[in-house]
Design a protein around this ligand. Sequence first.
Ligand code: ADP
Ligand code: MG
Length: 237
Amino acid sequence: ARVELMKMEKMEIVSQLAASISHEIRNPLTVVKGFIQLLQTRPMPRETEERYIRIASEEVERAEAIIHDYLTFAKPAPKKTEPIDVAVELQRVIQMIQPLAHMHSIEISSSLKHGVVIGNVQYFQQCFLNLAKNSIEAMPDGGRLHISAHRQGGAVVITIVDNGIGMTKEQVRRFGEPYFSTKEKGTGLGTMVAVKIIEQMGGTWTIESAVQKGTTLTVTLPAGRVQPPASEQSAAG
Ligand code: ADP
Ligand code: MG
């Protein structure tokens, strides 16, 4: 019964995540709608008109950022769990963030050993995309991002290391808290989504960070066993 309860809790986290997106983007959309309505009250000073347009487009950008933090990889049925090869999927994430890293003169290096975890592959990618993006954003004047993965006992350990602005103790404590952001245009949702996905996979995370030195994030996920093909399963009885 305990195993079943755990399963239910995991499912709940998944549907919570899916449900909160519509809630999150409703706010900026309401603002956009309001300003479009205001823009219909003509005549109005040119300056006012420009201000309204600016606010409306900023809110559209905000909705976009929220969608990015939540479901860059989302597919219509994201609940499927399967064996995930962490080396392959982290390599995909690295490929995705390469242009952003390049733009900020950030060099990405990696050491990815093959390891399997069980989860939803879209969520896995979303999680590490959000974490890697934060590392890049922590190095506005360039730096180095290192991503590694290796097996350790019954777990797969993934580290994301940057030499960026780092975090204070307070910021480390609030990591994963919804809406907590130190960025001008931050959503404060990226780490919340990442932490939920890690927990959903039965994993844990730790942060080591020093202001102006950088941050090391360590994510430990239970290693999954690859299912043998159906024929072998039945042969084994
Ligand atoms: P956002 O990126 O929109 O601010 P997140 O939830 O992704 O929201 O991150 C929350 C906050 O955590 C960031 O604003 C930043 O202060 C801090 N943070 C997360 N990762 C790092 C990192 N690698 N280096 C420094 N600060 C970080
Ligand atoms: Mg972020």
